[in-house]
Design a protein around this ligand. Structure first.
Ligand SMILES: *[C@@H]1O[C@H](CO)[C@@H](O)[C@H](O)[C@H]1NC(C)=O
Ligand SMILES: *[C@@H]1O[C@H](CO)[C@@H](O)[C@H](O)[C@H]1NC(C)=O
Ligand SMILES: *[C@@H]1O[C@H](CO)[C@@H](O)[C@H](O)[C@H]1NC(C)=O
Ligand SMILES: *[C@@H]1O[C@H](CO)[C@@H](O)[C@H](O)[C@H]1NC(C)=O
Ligand SMILES: *[C@@H]1O[C@H](CO)[C@@H](O)[C@H](O)[C@H]1NC(C)=O
Ligand SMILES: *[C@@H]1O[C@H](CO)[C@@H](O)[C@H](O)[C@H]1NC(C)=O
Ligand SMILES: *[C@@H]1O[C@H](CO)[C@@H](O)[C@H](O)[C@H]1NC(C)=O
Length: 416
């Protein structure tokens, strides 16, 4: 409503200007036009210069380390209780699209039941990569990077921490291990997908895409936007059983749509918006969050400050910080949750209540912060109108002052 009003207001204004202009006498009008044209040329020259310089600075700041490429490969980071939870993923990981790290909390786990690692050729990826561009191959392609699929296990007992890690600090440990591994392997994953180790999913959409491949370009078919990557991933596999297809579909979603944060919802009912696959969210559950590699510094590490009261607060703080990515936290309805156990952990009081000293979001976003607890989604998202998130879309203030956090106080600052 507001946008419409604003739009018609602007239109009325410009119509009035037009009428005003045409009342001038012809000579006066020509003189005016001439002056306007001269001013316009001067302004564009000035602007061109400063835009050019600004872009130069921007790219300097944003290319974090261009010698470490981001590859079309996803990392799943699970927090598990024991070997049984880890083993529930042996059919799924590593996949043609993803590696996985498991953090084992109670018992020591190992990767002995996973199938052995394989080699593959991976293209680089960014949100500007075309949806039909080849990303993965088993045959050599010269511009692709030759890599090995991986499973990592982190056992809490072997870390021997002074005190037991919480949901928050264990996720931070996974984050640290992943960043270290990127430095070793010399390439970056495209997405970090943090998930609880008891999460299992279903995806009728995958079957639909596989039984009916006659989906046509555009029209009403949003799924067509994911289909090229999905089909190419399926073509690289054998003997898929079910849930593994969902993870390939999820990865196709991330590579094709490139949200800043992607999530799935718990409902197995009809999609929130019939015929539309996605919705813009802000208040998201922690059970399954895929974070764009370039968005990680805006959101992580998780804040352990409130862990003694409630482990939910670190996710509330994640949600507050995600305001810097507002409009790009996307729920994907093509996959939904089927099982999840309920574990006991501290969750006293209102998880959204935090101290006043917290500078999680820029001042101009504080108004939105107050809405966070209220409702789940912001609006339907029409995928045909969504070009994906990238770093340039985030405000200068967020990029300068909201890309780092002190772990003890959870105060946010900039590291540029
Ligand atoms: C670019 O960065 C330099 C040094 O950080 C600064 O002095 C200059 O003003 C910046 N230029 C623009 C156009 O922002
Ligand atoms: C970029 O990464 C390479 C390889 O890890 C490293 O040698 C180099 O120092 C890094 N450059 C910067 C500017 O951080
Ligand atoms: C891996 O874990 C399983 C179950 O805990 C255990 O039976 C097995 O001996 C372990 N294997 C290795 C190589 O540690
Ligand atoms: C297959 O997809 C086409 C195009 O979207 C559609 O017209 C047709 O009804 C679908 N067939 C089935 C069996 O769903
Ligand atoms: C997948 O394989 C089928 C059959 O080999 C082929 O027709 C199709 O073009 C392939 N699709 C992609 C996206 O590679
Ligand atoms: C697929 O499954 C069949 C039967 O379970 C098995 O014989 C075959 O080796 C499997 N193929 C691959 C490539 O794993
Ligand atoms: C970042 O924060 C500093 C200190 O509060 C402020 O002076 C500066 O203007 C901020 N930068 C941006 C781009 O908002």
């Amino acid at each position: 409503m507001m946008a419409d009003d604003e739009h018609s207001f602007r239109r009325n204004n410009s119509e009035q200007n037009l009428i005003f202009k045409y009342r001038f006498t012809p000579t006066y009008r020509r003189l005016c036009l001439f002056i306007i044209v001269i001013i316009f040329i001067c302004i564009s020259l000035l602007n061109y210069n400063s835009i050019f310089k600004y872009k130069e600075n921007l790219s300097l700041k944003l290319t974090i380390n261009s010698s470490i490429p981001t590859l079309a490969r996803i990392l799943y980071l699970f927090i598990c209780e024991n070997q049984a939870e880890v083993d529930a993923y042996i059919q799924i990981f590593p996949s043609v699209t993803a590696d996985a790290i498991f953090y084992c909390w109670r018992e020591n786990c190992n990767s002995s039941s996973f199938h052995s690692s394989f080699h593959l050729y991976i293209n680089t990826w960014s949100s500007k990569t075309k949806r039909n561009e080849k990303l993965i191959s088993f045959q050599p392609i010269s511009s692709f990077h030759y890599i090995q699929s991986r499973i990592f296990i982190v056992n809490e007992k072997e870390l021997n921490p002074k005190q037991k890690l919480t949901w928050t600090t264990a996720r931070n440990k996974l984050y640290e291990v992943a960043l270290d591994e990127e430095r070793n392997q010399n390439w970056r994953w495209s997405y970090y997908t943090f998930a609880d180790g008891d999460v299992h999913v279903a995806c009728p959409l995958a079957e639909q895409l596989l039984t009916n491949k006659t989906i046509v370009d555009y029209g009403n078919n949003e799924e067509y936007l994911l289909a090229p990557h999905f089909y190419s991933f399926i073509n690289l596999t054998h003997n898929l059983t079910g849930e593994d297809k969902c993870f390939l579909l999820h990865d196709a979603f991330l590579f094709s749509i490139s949200p800043a944060v992607g999530t799935i919802t718990g409902s197995n009912g009809p999609m929130a918006f019939p015929g539309l696959l996605t919705q813009v969210l802000y208040h998201i559950d922690a059970l399954f969050n895929a974070i764009h590699r370039d968005a990680l510094p805006f959101l992580l590490p998780y804040c352990p400050r409130y862990d003694a009261q409630s482990w939910w607060t670190s996710q509330a703080i994640f949600v507050y910080r995600s305001l810097c990515l507002y409009g790009h936290v996307i729920g994907f309805d093509g996959i939904h949750l089927v099982t999840r156990k309920h574990r006991a952990y501290p969750r006293a009081g209102n998880p959204w209540a935090i101290d006043n000293d917290m500078n999680l979001v820029p001042d101009y976003l504080l108004r939105l912060k107050n809405y966070m607890q209220q409702s789940r989604f912001v609006s339907a998202l029409v995928l045909h109108n969504y070009a994906g998130w990238n770093l340039e879309l985030t405000s200068e203030t967020c990029r300068s002052n909201h890309t780092a956090m002190k772990l003890d106080t959870c105060l946010v600052y900039g590291n540029s």
